[in-house]
Design a protein. Structure first.
Lengths: 230, 249
């Protein structure tokens, strides 16, 4: 069972990663007993499974994901939401009312208008239909204050860290509330502009250096240094 | 008719000083456009070509969308200033055809079936042309697609071989293409050993064709290595600078 790279080597589409009794994991594909990479990324051998951690991707919706979206259209029965993905999401009007929704009585654009940002969760998506959103959960709904940072969706796992290690450090060190949308949009709201500025800088640093090791320490260091400057 | 130009001298050296099986110098750069989802730039000899990828995204007009896979739309275009005599910016018959063959060379490399009802728009803009732009266009377009984060079976690489003054030569330039005897562009996916484009302009015997085809594949393999390096370059540079900074402490 030969393996052709070392863990965390950068591979390109078409690179032969392993041959023999292996399983094709994320961003890889298999022809007979050969496993190839299908994206530019870092290779990861985990026992029999071969993964590639992509360096750049776009967001493909998945049920249960928390996303941050922008209202792009208001129609009679709900809203169309841009969730930074190839597919436009739908948010039904009934999501925003506790009582039955009546188009002749309720004006939807008074609740959410074009350009508004929402935190929402994906409740349905398959290959044939566009994703469906819900805002009926605590913490979801219109975003009224704070800042939005956009990063590549490929870097989201790195920003969250292993079991949320990176994001909890970020929250603690910057004193900001940070909500990470799986689609690459991150909502930051802090007590003052300075805290938010540092949080944005830290996230940009993680995005740029996502594929290097020892990043957590360097981010903590950078935050402390930025605070010292002020 | 004017006297025929000598394209290969008595030592077997070509007009630009190359040996018969030598490629032109190639410079590749990835991620050159900030507004595109993926982009790349190539300089191959005097060729200068930009490629940009947008998508996958919703298809407009809507009726073009396919229920089972993404569509790839490709536009190969030569800038009016890319050739000696000003070219009309309107797409010519030749450009429409090249858009089609380039699209068909790239389509099998992408996992289009993973993104139903979407489109991937690819723009190849030739800024300066010096022969072999369709091959260089394929090479640079596949880099732009990989840069956009699209899942691909392999990078597609293209290179031409041909017959000039009776010799089989690699990577023809503009004069060799126009004054030469034959031209065979090939697009190839080296890892999975598949050919995506094969054309021939001119006349070759079956033996000569085989020689030219194999030479073109050899050229493809050499360019493939450059492609891989250029994709990794940006990330390796960041990694190195970070590691240096750590070591300094």
């Amino acid at each position: 069972m030969p393996v052709f790279f070392e863990n965390r080597d950068i591979v390109t589409p078409g690179d032969l990663l392993a041959e023999g009794n292996f399983e094709a994991g994320r961003n890889t594909y298999r022809v007979d007993s050969k496993i190839y990479a299908c994206k530019l990324g870092l290779v990861e051998y985990k026992g029999r499974i071969v993964n590639v951690v992509a360096l750049n991707t776009f967001y493909i919706p998945s049920v249960g994901d928390l996303v941050i979206g922008k209202i792009v259209e208001v129609n009679l029965h709900g809203w169309n939401v841009d969730i930074n993905s190839p597919y436009l999401a739908t948010l039904r009007a009934s999501e925003a009312f506790n009582k039955p929704y009546k188009p002749q009585k309720n004006e939807l654009s008074e609740i959410l208008d074009i350009g508004d940002l929402v935190q929402a969760k994906i409740i349905a998506f398959d290959r044939t239909r566009n994703p469906l959103l819900t805002i009926r959960e605590p913490g979801l709904g219109k975003i009224t204050h704070g800042q939005i940072v956009k990063v590549s969706p490929a870097k989201i796992p790195r920003i969250i860290g292993r079991k949320g290690s990176m994001i909890s450090i970020l929250k603690k060190e910057t004193h900001c509330n940070i909500t990470v949308g799986q689609n690459g949009l991150i909502h930051i709201s802090g007590r003052n502009a300075e805290d938010e500025r540092i949080a944005v800088l830290a996230i940009k640093k993680i995005e740029l250096e996502a594929h290097t090791s020892g990043l957590t320490d360097r981010v903590t260091e950078m935050i402390i240094k930025e605070r010292g400057v002020k | 008719m004017a006297e025929k130009i000598k394209l290969i001298d008595e030592n077997g050296i070509r007009t630009d000083g190359r040996k018969p099986d030598e490629l032109r110098p190639i410079k590749l750069e990835v991620g050159v456009l900030s507004n595109a989802d993926g982009s790349a730039y190539i300089e191959q000899g005097k060729n200068k070509i930009l490629a940009a990828v947008y998508g996958p995204k919703e298809v407009h007009p809507r009726h073009l969308a396919l229920p089972d896979r993404a569509i790839l739309r490709c536009r190969y275009h030569m800038a009016p200033f890319s050739v000696q005599e000003r070219k009309s910016p309107a797409p010519s018959r030749r450009e429409t055809e090249l858009s089609k063959v380039i699209r068909e060379a790239l389509e099998p490399a992408i996992f289009l079936e993973r993104f139903p009802r979407t489109s991937i728009d690819l723009f190849i803009e030739v800024l300066q042309a010096d022969g072999g732009t369709r091959a260089a266009g394929v090479t640079v377009a596949s880099l732009a697609l990989a840069d956009a984060g699209l899942p691909m079976r392999d990078l597609v690489v293209a290179c031409a071989a041909g017959k000039v003054d009776g010799y089989i030569v690699l990577d023809l330039n503009d004069i060799e293409d126009k004054e030469g005897m034959a031209d065979v562009p090939v697009a190839y996916m080296p890892s999975i050993d598949a050919v995506g484009l094969l054309q021939m302009d001119g006349q070759l015997t079956p033996e000569e064709f085989e020689e030219a085809f194999n030479l073109a594949l050899e050229g493809c393999r050499r360019i493939y290595e450059l492609q891989k390096q250029s994709l990794k370059a940006k990330y390796l540079a960041i990694k190195e600078s970070v590691e240096e900074a750590v070591e300094e402490k």
